[in-house]
Write a protein that binds this ligand. Structure first.
Ligand code: PMP
Length: 390
């Protein structure tokens, strides 16, 4: 492994050294007073990061897929209806899970690279009888940013619970859970939250907690059941020891550090930095003559770029970029995956990373025979970085 290699995939991402030191520190007991205090602070901070003062936070060992499954397992009962706003690979996964838990699933789909029209979702909601609406905030397979605020407000208007998959968005894309009325925000540690993989994170609002409390049937999964985790989260926040399943002590310590850093930066400043870096990347891609998969700026994520290979270039480009010291990801959307690559720009991403990555892609493209004016892409990205309108 080359430790100077820059990891620019859509998760896991580059992490702050202080966070990694917390991960590598001596493991303490999960009921030690200092760990209880750390876990309690991490829970409070998660609420602040999601701008969700009224929500119940959950921090559980697992990946983002477990966070999805916890939302589904606790909120949906067999025979209930769920509306999936489908923007790609991870929305498909959500629909599959909902079906597995017995929901009747209706989907509003968009073509790859597009976000569904809010009007089409509202028309589906008006048909009625939905228990939940799910939406992927940023679909990592396409780089599409969904119009989440409008969608969760529409769900709220129809008395439908909204579940937002923020795995590729939380702490990178603007999100105001309480102000927008989103019922569940779920995410994982390894992207803009800034902690190595291994934590499923959820903030569950009061309406969703009430829906869980008034279930007619037991939750089918023991490990995913809020009934097991709620007393544990409440105990840690209240400073009391408690046990259901051993918490990933070091990851929770790392989370507490990372969330502290996020809040010190400030959520609005953090969202603005992600927007600024994304704009610089887009300027770079455009100067390289590369087209992005999202069809318009308004549906383009700020946390990653999904970029088509130019004619005559294929996935072998990624090996050439790696030779230049930067690790990128291939395509993921089943219909298009051989035709594009993905660049994650989350968490500690800064101007140096943008310039290094755009420069590495330019050199790799040149090696693959796709020549552009030397330095033009780096210049275009730099011009955006120098502009003061963050
Ligand atoms: N949802 C989205 C939007 C994702 O990007 C991912 C992971 N890339 C997941 C869910 C699943 O998360 P995990 O891989 O941590 O299980």
């Amino acid at each position: 492994m080359n430790e100077r290699e820059l990891l620019m995939i859509p998760g896991p991402v580059e992490f702050d050294p202080e966070v990694l030191r917390a991960l590598g520190a001596k493991t303490v007991s999960h009921v030690a007073p200092e760990f209880i205090a750390t876990f309690g602070r991490a829970l409070k901070r998660l609420r602040e990061v999601c701008l969700a003062p009224s929500a119940q936070p959950f921090v559980v060992a697992g990946s983002g897929t477990l966070a999805m499954e916890m939302a589904v397992a606790n909120l949906v009962e067999p025979g209930e209806r769920a509306l999936v706003v489908n923007t790609g690979y991870f929305s498909d996964r959500m629909a599959m899970m909902l079906e597995r838990y017995g929901a009747e699933v209706v989907q509003v789909r968009a073509a790859p690279g597009e976000a569904p029209e809010v009007g089409a979702v509202e028309a589906a909601l008006a048909e009625g009888r939905f228990k939940v609406l799910t939406v992927t905030h940023v679909d990592t397979s396409t780089g599409v940013l969904a119009p989440v605020e409008a969608l969760v407000r529409a769900a709220g208007k129809h008395g439908v619970l909204s579940v937002v998959d923020g795995v590729c968005a939380t702490a990178g894309e603007s999100f105001h859970q309480d102000a927008w009325g989103a019922d569940v925000y779920l995410t994982a540690s390894q992207k803009a939250v800034g902690v190595p993989p291994g934590l499923a994170l959820l903030t569950v609002g009061p309406r969703a907690m009430a829906a869980w409390r008034t279930r007619r049937t037991p939750v089918r999964s023991v490990y995913a059941d809020f009934a097991e985790w709620l007393p544990i989260m409440e105990a840690y926040e209240a400073g009391r020891p408690s046990y259901f399943a051993t918490p990933p002590v070091n990851l929770v310590c790392a989370l507490e550090v990372s969330l502290g850093q996020l809040l010190a930066e400030g959520m609005e400043a953090r969202f603005a930095r992600h927007r600024h870096m994304a704009r610089a990347f887009r300027a770079g891609w455009s100067a390289l003559g590369l087209k992005m998969l999202p069809v318009s700026a308004s549906v383009t994520a700020n946390t990653l770029s999904a970029v088509y290979y130019p004619d005559g270039v294929d996935a072998a480009l990624l090996g050439r970029v790696r030779e230049q010291g930067v690790v990128l990801a291939g395509g993921l959307h089943p219909e298009l995956k051989a035709r594009y690559f993905r660049v994650g720009h989350m968490n500690v991403v800064g101007p140096g990373d943008v310039l290094a990555t755009v420069g590495a892609v330019e050199r790799a493209l040149a090696a693959a025979g796709h020549r552009t004016e030397p330095g033009a892409a780096v210049r275009a990205a730099q011009a955006v970085l120098l502009a003061s309108d963050m």
